[in-house]
Ligand binder design. Structure first.
Ligand code: ZN
Length: 539
């Protein structure tokens, strides 16, 4: 018997990255890794999990959510009523505590999650919260689309300086990928100008345009050979008619690899000055997307009910606050970013909300290649990540979907392409959009699959007639080999690792960046990097 050896015996295995589609197999695990079955029949596992009749998949990977750092905390502070209601037995808050966040992810079979928008100056705080989020490996993307140094380097046509800064920022803030949020537009808004900018709007004072920021950072990411190239929240999020900006962004990328976040929020037709014209323009976008393999998306699916919108896009925060007429929170991060937080509620009888719900589903059902489209609610913007099982049911069960469509605004019932879409996702396709695909898009070679050498992130589900039931309560979950959920119960709150990259840049470039930060930020460059020691509490 080998003390560290675990066998998951006889499960129905879904491992699409390795071409395995529902085959009865054994899985062997040694400590934190999946290993090949021992060739010596005398080798016995220390423990065997009987998985006969159960579904075995890699652990889920959420590639776009908001779970840590300053804006999540702003939402927690802003909505104490949610926390109070939860304490009294009510629903999970839209921004749960770190502990609840990690435990609920594990409770859905997820073992990895990435916060999608961390400003460099506030990265230390985000990392401390991520380090305090149990049961998952985690990471974050670093906001740079409105950074003064970056926009200056792009405006001066100095790609080497852009590349050096992207590398420095990712190292200093311990990030995984570069993130652009309304590139250039947040800076315009913070300067008192219109923040909903077009792709070729000149950004005042920097001599560059959103188009140049997007292509400039995409080029830098490619040269730095980052595992996840560029994560973009396009300009004009949420506005009627914004699909044209999204299409232009896809075209501007011109073969460069990029991930377009929460694409649902960027696929709208209609006119801002004519109420009631809001509609779906998924068709032209998905046509381009299907034909261009350099692009990937996550959906940002909307679910009906209350939630909290939070974004580094101050202009969107301002727009939503006027739209809903509610309290809102705005925050400036000097020289680099912004933030808006607004409580919202999606209602099925609202024309706009019903379209948002339908547009997300249209994307899932019209995208031809599941490897390039990831499941997300842009938690908590479209809804909580805890709604993933419900979305899975909408994708797997066309009768349930048709019934749900009957409950929304009549014009959406009539005009959405959903009416004619009969596609039903298979279990293998669900496995792709929830773990295998996101892991591949992130360049996480040890996650999202079950071949020997992979991290032992494994989820075992009990199949049920209702797919939502299958996915809402896994029987067992292993996070890097540790049994977190056993027989449907949380057994151990383990703490995972921070996944980050360390791209290199020249010392002379680094010195210039440090000098610039000393001159322009109130924080000194020497204090800027997120050090290992700052994270020693849990890392
Ligand atoms: Zn987001």
């Amino acid at each position: 018997m080998t003390a560290s050896l675990l066998k998951i015996a006889g499960g129905i295995v879904y491992d699409p990255a390795n071409g395995i589609d529902g085959e009865v197999r054994d899985l062997w695990i040694d400590g934190p890794r999946i290993v090949a079955a021992p060739t010596d029949p005398a080798v016995r596992p220390a423990r065997t999990i009987d998985a006969r009749g159960l579904i075995v998949m890699p652990g889920g990977v959420d590639m776009h959510c908001h779970i840590a750092g300053s804006k999540v905390n702003a939402a927690r502070r802003m909505r104490p009523e949610e926390q109070r209601a939860f304490s009294a037995g009510g629903p999970l808050p839209s921004t749960p505590t770190t502990r609840l966040t990690g435990c609920r992810y594990a409770g859905l079979g997820y073992t990895t999650a990435f916060d999608a928008a961390v400003p460099p100056l506030l990265a230390r705080h985000a990392h401390l919260e991520l380090a305090d989020t149990p049961c998952i490996d985690r990471g974050c993307y670093i906001l740079m689309g409105n950074n003064h140094y970056l926009m200056d380097a792009i405006g001066r046509r100095e790609p080497n300086r852009v590349r050096a800064f992207v590398a420095w920022l990712l190292r200093a803030a311990k990030g995984y990928a570069p993130k652009l949020v309304n590139p250039g537009g947040v800076e315009q808004w913070k300067s008192g100008r219109e923040g909903m900018v077009e792709l070729d709007t000149p950004i005042d004072g920097f001599g560059c345009t959103p188009r140049q920021i997007i292509t400039g950072v995409a080029d830098a990411a490619a040269e730095l050979q980052l595992p996840h190239p560029l994560h973009v929240h396009c300009n004009r999020l949420g506005l009627p008619g914004n699909f044209s900006t999204t299409l232009e962004t896809m075209q501007a990328l011109d073969g460069r690899r990029a991930h377009l976040a929460h694409i649902q929020f960027h696929s709208y037709g209609g006119r801002l000055d004519r109420a009631g014209t809001f509609c779906s323009e998924v068709a032209p976008l998905v046509e381009w997307f299907n034909a261009h393999e350099n692009l990937s998306v996550d959906v940002g699916q909307v679910l009906f009910g209350p939630t909290t919108s939070m974004t580094a896009d101050s202009a969107v925060g301002h727009y939503l606050s006027r739209l809903h007429g509610k309290r809102w929170y705005s925050h400036d991060v000097e020289c680099e970013s912004g933030c808006g937080v607004v409580p919202i509620e999606y209602r099925p009888q609202s024309l706009v909300n019903a379209w948002q719900w339908a547009i997300g589903l249209e994307w899932f059902l019209l995208a031809a290649d599941p490897w390039r489209i990831a499941l997300s609610t842009d938690h908590p913007n479209g809804g909580s990540f805890t709604a993933y099982p419900q979305i899975i049911r909408l994708l797997m069960d066309r009768t349930y979907r048709a019934d749900a469509l009957k409950t929304v605004h009549p014009r959406v019932q009539e005009r959405s392409a959903l009416k004619g879409l009969n596609r039903q996702y298979s279990l293998s396709e669900i496995c792709i959009i929830t773990r295998a695909g996101p892991a591949r898009l992130l360049g996480l070679t040890n996650k999202g699959h079950l071949a020997p050498g992979a991290d032992a992130d494994v989820t075992i589900y009990t199949p049920a007639a209702d797919p939502a039931r299958t996915f809402e309560l896994p029987r067992h979950v292993l996070q890097v080999g540790r049994l977190v959920i056993e027989d449907g119960e949380l057994r151990e709150e383990v703490f995972g690792r921070t996944l980050h990259v360390t791209p290199q840049s020249d010392a002379s470039d680094d010195a210039e960046i440090a000098h610039w930060i000393d001159e322009h930020y109130s924080i000194r460059a020497a204090n800027y990097p997120v050090s290992e020691s700052a994270l020693q509490s849990r890392d």
